[in-house]
Design a protein around this ligand. Structure first.
Ligand code: ADP
Ligand code: MG
Length: 317
């Protein structure tokens, strides 16, 4: 398939939105930002063998490329609106592209996100998406608002994707629910929207709870004390009957969870509970914000706990 056939194939499948004045086909897209709204922009790249295991199904790559970007918008409390897609492909294989687009558009349509442009090149398999969202002024959730005494919360559960990746790397069987968490993360858009007025700070967990909570603490000029045994684990993770050390490592430092980690005033606990139950979302209180910089982790018995690594870092030695 040639570049223009490929672009035509993408264009055929794009769903429109009223605020897309001009989508794919010109030199650039024209988008109508509603009066009084702020534009929120995020970009994330997925490289073959780095951000997804080599051999990942094309539909899962398509889903994940958009999901990790929508997760960033969720963490900002934004409504997703538009996206662009840069595709670098070693071979322009029709079946691969169709599969990729199936996954990509399945998630795009769930959140009414319009693909409005992109770029297509020949090279190693790499997918870069920018996601554009909208937020009311003053309503964005940021990393720099955590206050001493805040409770620290995490949505859903963590550690599944790290478990899947680790089992895969050891050529062991990966239970389906764990593999699904690695391949098809679910961006917490509705939760991010609902945390307005409740969360003082928020981040999505892509590089591991400790690493990402560390960013919140650094931006807010505070520290955190967390209970690693309060990190929520899925049934599928528990069913692996792991030793506590491995489970804690995957849950605290694994990454690829795409849950929201946020801080709230403990006095607003009942409002938070009501908001989460209205959304049908579980969240767990994993610790508190303290004045001393850095993150101190302990286990359920109160003994100090240290990870063997804190999360994925590109360009680390
Ligand atoms: P230009 O040479 O002006 O940059 P291109 O030939 O790269 O234009 O792209 C033509 C049109 O197709 C543009 O509107 C561009 O945004 C769109 N496009 C190209 N690749 C993709 C892609 N992978 N996904 C979505 N739109 C794309
Ligand atoms: Mg041009």
């Amino acid at each position: 398939m040639r570049e223009f056939d490929l672009i035509a194939r993408i264009r055929e499948r794009v769903a429109s939105r009223g605020d897309v004045v001009l989508g794919i086909g010109d030199d650039a897209a024209l988008l109508q930002v509603p009066d009084g709204m702020q534009l929120v922009v995020a970009m994330d790249t997925l490289n073959d063998g780095v951000h997804f295991p080599i051999g990942t199904a094309p539909g899962d790559i398509g889903w994940k490329a958009l999901a990790v970007n929508l997760s960033d918008l969720a963490a900002m409390g934004a409504h997703p609106a538009w996206c662009t897609l840069s595709l670098s492909l070693p071979t322009p294989d029709r079946a691969w592209v169709d599969g990729f687009l199936d996954g990509f558009f399945a998630l795009a349509s769930e959140h009414d996100v319009a693909l409005v442009g992109g770029d297509t090149t020949h090279g190693p398999l790499s997918v870069c998406v920018t996601a554009h969202g909208l937020v009311e002024p003053g309503r964005a959730l940021r990393r720099d608002g955590a206050r001493v005494g805040d409770d620290i919360w995490i949505t859903g559960n963590v550690g599944d994707a790290a478990a899947a990746l680790s089992l895969l790397q050891r050529s062991e069987r990966v239970p389906d629910p764990l593999r699904a968490r690695l391949d098809r993360p679910m961006p917490r858009i509705a939760t991010g929207r609902a945390l307005h007025g409740l969360a003082h700070a928020c981040i999505d967990v892509s590089d591991g709870v400790l690493a990402d909570l560390g960013h919140v603490c650094a931006a807010s000029g505070v520290g955190a004390r967390i209970d690693v045994d309060a990190l929520p684990a899925s049934e599928a993770l528990c069913a692996l009957s792991l030793d506590a050390g491995t489970r804690r490592q995957w849950q605290a430092a694994g990454g690829d969870d795409y849950e929201l980690c946020f801080t709230t005033d403990p006095a607003r606990r009942s409002e938070l509970d009501a908001t989460l139950s209205r959304l049908g979302v579980d969240a767990s209180r994993i610790g508190v914000v303290v004045a001393n910089p850095g993150i101190v982790a302990h286990d359920a018995d109160g003994s100090a706990w240290q990870p063997s690594a804190t999360g994925y870092v590109h360009f680390s030695d």
